[in-house]
Design a binder for this molecule. Structure first.
Ligand code: 6PG
Length: 239
């Protein structure tokens, strides 16, 4: 099932999504959430760490990353570092609940380790780990997680995690692969800003060539997909 929710601005997107997380984690004993990186989640993380800090039972949440740059955890490029600064350091959570990708490790070895760790810790369907929630961003080139248009094979890659390469910088990344994304119970795209308008329209309206973009291949097998958009990102949808 696919839903599209449009809000006035990125702050309202963050509030709506924070409310969703409150509901998702209420009455649960363990919730596995894979986070996205980049800049969009910062607004959400800041909100969760402030207005929502006491509304969520952080003790039930296990944080994972859908992708991570192959850099040390204190690098300004690290998705973990961004999450620590904007969220993790502000909430009552134990180290055992934070499953960091070792960006400082050998990429191939880390892709294997992180995938094995996921396989051990999460429930599985047909041997594929099942996340309760995967939060995804989308680049202006239509990439998601670290699956870029020049590496579409990572959508069908058999392994749980893989080593990806940024098309411009050549930076190596660890990413979950397409079948892990699509096995999740809930998938949420958080996409804001007018630099995403074109691809949002092409992908959601399945316009000619939409299949060229990795984000267009996010289609949960049994779970739910919700696009959380602001008016700018959704401008092409609103007729
Ligand atoms: C990353 C992300 C990536 C991100 C998109 C959107 O490591 O960069 O996981 O997939 O979500 O590039 O990034 P912005 O939110 O910065 O536009």
């Amino acid at each position: 099932m696919i839903q599209t929710k449009v809000f006035n601005n990125k702050n309202e997107v963050a509030k709506a999504f924070a409310d969703f997380i409150v509901q998702l984690t209420k009455h649960r004993t363990k919730v596995h959430i894979a986070l996205s990186g980049g800049s969009t989640p910062k607004v959400l993380f800041d909100l969760l760490a402030s207005n929502y800090r006491t509304q969520i039972n952080w003790k039930v949440i296990h944080f994972w990353w859908g992708d991570e740059r192959c850099v040390p955890p204190d690098s300004s490029d690290s998705n973990y570092n961004m999450t620590h600064q904007h969220l993790l350091q502000h909430i009552d959570i134990s180290e055992s609940q934070v499953h960091r990708v070792l960006g400082e490790a050998d990429p191939q070895q880390e892709a294997q380790r992180y995938g094995d760790h996921m396989h051990r810790e999460l429930s599985k369907i047909h041997e594929v780990p099942v996340f309760d929630l995967i939060i995804l961003g989308m680049g202006s080139d239509g990439h998601t997680a670290s699956i870029f248009p020049h590496q579409m094979d990572l959508l069908r890659e058999e392994n749980i995690c893989a080593v990806a390469t940024h098309p411009e910088s050549g930076q190596q990344r660890i990413t979950i692969t397409g079948h892990v994304i699509n096995q999740a119970r809930h998938i949420a795209f958080l996409v804001t800003g007018n630099d995403k308008t074109e691809k949002v329209e092409i992908i959601i309206n399945k316009k000619p060539g939409y299949h060229k973009y990795p984000a267009a291949h996010v289609a949960p097998i049994t779970g739910k997909l919700t696009w959380y958009l602001d008016h700018e990102a959704a401008a092409g949808l609103e007729t």
